[in-house]
Design a protein around this ligand. Structure first.
Ligand SMILES: [Zn+2]
Length: 454
């Protein structure tokens, strides 16, 4: 099995991530987080929030509604340009994302360029391609009282159109539409940022690569508002802070991270400079996150569409201008998979003919910080003592798990696989001298520690 297969298997076996709607055979592009996955995901989102919002004075949080006035997506350009190139095989009618059928194709690939490659259909093996068409990736829905009959009735056409809304394809617009609220209520010094975490939805033509390309995901985005003439140094500063965050808080190795300047033809419709930070995933390099200079594109669009001024007035000079924006945007699932693949390792057990699988997660990300267990579960005095130790550690660290299943070796294997940094074992010596064995996940070494010093 490949490393990726091993990670997917571990995620399911240990309760991190299950295929969405697994019981009904799954639902393409969706994934469900189990108890351990929820803890890991929450740690990721909390650490991000702590680093970018709580510890800083210049970035503020919002939590906007997922359903937004459809005008949002007209003004932002998403109804027109948030689209992927779709190509259909005329033999089997399979539909594919054209730029993903061969290496090195851009999203703006033309029908002629595509056909000149003479690619075979991945499903039926024939070569008979239709025209490349733009497929809009927003999920639409209808808000309000619309009946099934209304869709076929000429009289209700306007009602149906008016009720059309979208599941947000990015959290960013929930920030831009609140920019004026925040300027009016907090009047922050410029530069300042607004941050949001939450779900976003994209109707991917071909979801793939586990949680890398899914149809429902969680995003963590910041819109950082700057003076138009200072976007370059602010961009560099944010890029540096982003690397500092990825490497020091999430523990990603600099050697797995590559900055790529995105060429104009591949940039999102709103961006004048984008740096994609690529990560070396088990199946190859893929985008981990992006840093985009969105100019004043969004605020100017909102000005036009809403008729309200988006100007910021400098407190000292009284000069008024529409700020420019730099956006660090990161997908929670993408970073979670990067963290898992960095942490995943298989090692030989010293002195034995077996390997152990270890998730070497940074302690702050590990779902549990400690596992407490009695050496034997059928000795009441050991169990009682271990329970007291468990309660003591739980008071201090909260994220502590109890394990008295199987033998001690099996427990260590399980805790290694879910990334628990320390295993505390209460044995017969503990009853005499109030010490316990503390085993380290990464080195598998054991030391005796006084219970009072845990
Ligand atoms: Zn085909």
């Amino acid at each position: 099995m490949s490393k990726m297969d091993n990670i997917v298997s571990l995620c399911k076996r240990r309760g991190f991530i299950f295929p969405g709607s697994d019981i009904y055979g799954g639902f393409a592009g969706t994934w469900d987080f189990g108890p351990l996955g929820v803890m890991l995901k929450k740690n990721i989102m909390d650490l991000w929030w702590n680093f970018w919002v709580e510890k800083r004075d210049d970035i503020f949080g919002v939590d906007a509604a997922i359903l937004m006035n459809p005008q949002t997506w007209v003004a932002s350009g998403h109804t027109k340009t948030f689209a992927d190139p779709l190509v259909e095989c005329k033999e089997c009618h399979g539909r594919f994302r054209a730029d993903k059928l061969a290496d090195g194709l851009s999203e703006s690939v033309s029908t002629d360029e595509f056909r000149s490659l003479h690619l075979k259909c991945p499903t039926c093996g024939k070569e008979n391609w239709g025209e490349i068409r733009k497929f809009n990736m927003m999920f639409s829905t209808h808000v309000g009282a619309v009946l099934p009959d209304d869709f076929s009735s000429e009289d209700s056409k306007a009602l149906v159109e008016k009720s059309t809304a979208y599941l947000r394809p990015e959290t960013a617009q929930g920030i831009f539409t609140n920019y004026k609220n925040i300027v009016d209520t907090l009047y922050p010094d410029i530069p300042f940022g607004i941050a949001q975490q939450g779900k976003a939805f994209r109707n991917e033509i071909s979801p793939r690569d586990f949680i890398l390309r899914d149809r429902e995901c969680s995003q963590m985005e910041i819109e950082y508002f700057v003076r138009p003439d200072s976007w370059k140094p602010e961009f560099e500063k944010l890029l540096k802070e982003t690397h500092d965050f990825l490497e020091n808080i999430f523990g990603l190795s600099p050697s797995d991270l590559t900055d790529v300047e995105v060429e104009a033809s591949d940039r999102a419709h709103y961006s004048d400079r984008t740096v994609d930070i690529m990560f070396n995933y088990p199946n190859g390099e893929e985008e981990l996150m992006g840093l985009a200079y969105r100019t004043d594109f969004d605020l100017k669009n909102i000005e036009r569409a809403s008729g309200k001024s988006m100007e910021y007035r400098d407190k000292l000079t009284k000069e008024a201008f529409v700020p420019h924006v730099i956006e660090p945007s990161i997908g929670v699932e993408r970073v979670l998979l990067a963290i898992l693949s960095s942490a995943y390792s298989e090692e030989k057990v010293e002195g034995k003919d077996e390997t152990r699988t270890v998730l070497k997660l940074p302690e702050a990300l590990a779902p549990y910080k400690f596992c407490v267990s009695p050496l034997l579960k059928n000795k009441p005095e050991l169990v009682e003592k271990a329970k007291a130790v468990y309660d003591q550690i739980k008071q201090k660290y909260t994220f502590v798990t109890w394990d008295d299943s199987g033998n001690i070796g099996k427990r260590y294997r399980k805790q290694d696989e879910i990334g628990t940094p320390k295993c505390v074992v209460v044995d017969f010596d503990s009853l005499e001298d109030d010490t316990v064995t503390v085993r380290d996940r990464d080195t598998a070494s054991q030391i005796r520690v006084k219970i009072s010093e845990l």
